[in-house]
Design a protein around this ligand. Structure first.
Ligand SMILES: [Zn+2]
Length: 273
């Protein structure tokens, strides 16, 4: 596996995971991976001598922080905060000494800030602290996982500041990195993310990340339940991306429909009192 290079410099695969589970719920199934597949994928990265970085490390290097990009850099990222990230992914990461990044929707995690929106069994804050202690960067992913570009300015600020504040309270350090719920952002959202104190943010886009994308629109590639070992290798090499792009857009849309239906249901419940 050779790191793809362009005139712009390195192109870095940022892998996007969601749930790691034997039996995920329907809403998270297609974007989940089995514990065995995740372990195999980490072994493939190790065999290919890839060097995983955290999101803050990559952004720092691209900001000119003094360090140089290692050979075959890769980022391992998890969105939302599913419980299997602690139960299944953490041991596999620890086996190889791989760092990763977890982007939490603070209102979805079990515990005092739970708004009841989580799509599957979610992490609690003790598990998040254990992940952080073992080299997982904890980033923001909003409070209740809305489509941020659909919110008015006040709600947008609330979603960003509330999530940053909760992570800072629970972990003792403000989060530096953010991932857009559903992967979407526009200029107003990117500015608000920056104003909330985040130094970099990840989108989806299904392409490799490049420095020229800028720190608030770094692209990721999706790893899903149907991703076999050979396709995973192609993903990490930056191939097999065009072919899956249309499908991922369909998945993201399906996920948004699930969210809207849940929101409508909650609204109806609130209206009824
Ligand atoms: Zn998400």
């Amino acid at each position: 596996m050779s790191g793809p290079r362009t005139a712009d410099g390195a192109a870095v695969p940022i892998l996007m995971y969601h749930a790691v589970a034997h039996e995920p719920r329907d809403a998270t199934r297609r974007l989940s991976v089995t514990p065995a597949a995740f372990a195999e994928q980490m072994a493939i990265l190790a065999e290919n001598r890839c060097t995983p970085l955290t999101t803050a490390e990559l952004a720092g290097i691209w900001r000119g922080g003094g360090r140089v990009l290692p050979d075959r850099p890769v980022l391992i990222t998890f969105d939302d905060g599913y419980e299997g990230v602690h139960r299944y992914a953490l041991p596999a990461l620890a086996e190889h000494g791989f760092p990763a990044t977890l982007f939490v929707s603070t209102g979805w995690l079990r515990g005092p800030h739970d708004t009841g929106g989580g799509l599957d069994t979610m992490l609690d804050w003790g598990q998040v602290r254990e992940l952080a202690a073992q080299g997982v960067e904890i980033g923001g992913h909003s409070h209740t996982h809305p489509q941020l570009d659909q919110l008015d300015d006040e709600d947008l600020r609330f979603e960003l500041h509330r999530s940053a504040e909760i992570v800072a309270d629970e972990l003792g350090a403000a989060p530096a990195s953010f991932a857009y719920p559903f992967g979407h952002s526009d200029r107003r959202v990117r500015r608000a993310v920056r104003a909330a104190g985040f130094a970099q943010s990840l989108a989806v886009g299904n392409g490799l990340a490049r420095r020229r994308q800028g720190p608030y629109a770094l692209q990721r590639v999706t790893v899903r339940r149907s991703t076999g070992a050979a396709e995973f290798e192609r993903l990490v090499e930056g191939r097999a991306i065009g072919r899956t792009f249309a499908m991922d857009r369909a998945l993201t849309k399906g996920y948004a429909v699930v969210r809207r239906a849940r929101q409508a249901r909650r609204k109806a419940i609130r209206t009824r009192g």
